[in-house]
Design a protein around this ligand. Structure first.
Ligand SMILES: [Cu+2]
Length: 124
């Protein structure tokens, strides 16, 4: 999956360069990090979880924040209106335990990116 998307991206860059357009025009977004960070243990689920990329995004396709029993704790998710590199996720119904933050976005070059990050909350 990851390899395939890299290959697709390389082909896109090659096509853009061949067309004489600067390669920088093909903005490809990579995950910079999340808050809470991957693998971290927080006291409680924060009211806002953020996902940061190195390039502006076009669309947030889906964001889920799943607890150990599969319950979704997202009340709203979307691009930060002041910074299109950031996805802001409002959370709800905090519980203790492991969370999986699953995101799917489309970068401004039209490429879909998806991933999962896990963290834990000590208390509800
Ligand atoms: Cu791309």
């Amino acid at each position: 999956m990851r390899r395939r998307s890299r290959i697709t991206h390389a082909i896109t860059i090659a096509a853009v360069v061949a067309a004489g357009v600067p390669a920088g025009a093909a903005a490809h977004a990579s995950l910079v990090g999340t808050s809470p960070p991957a693998g971290s243990v927080v006291m409680r689920l924060p009211a806002t979880v953020t996902i940061r990329f190195d390039q502006a995004l076009g669309t947030v396709t889906s964001v889920r924040l799943l607890d150990a029993s599969g319950g979704n704790h997202v009340s709203a998710a979307g691009l930060d209106p002041r910074d299109a590199r950031r996805v802001v996720v409002r959370t709800t119904r905090p519980v203790a335990g492991r969370y999986q933050l699953r995101w799917s976005v489309v970068a401004t070059d039209g490429h879909r990116q998806q991933g999962t990050v896990s963290f834990r909350a000590r208390r509800p």
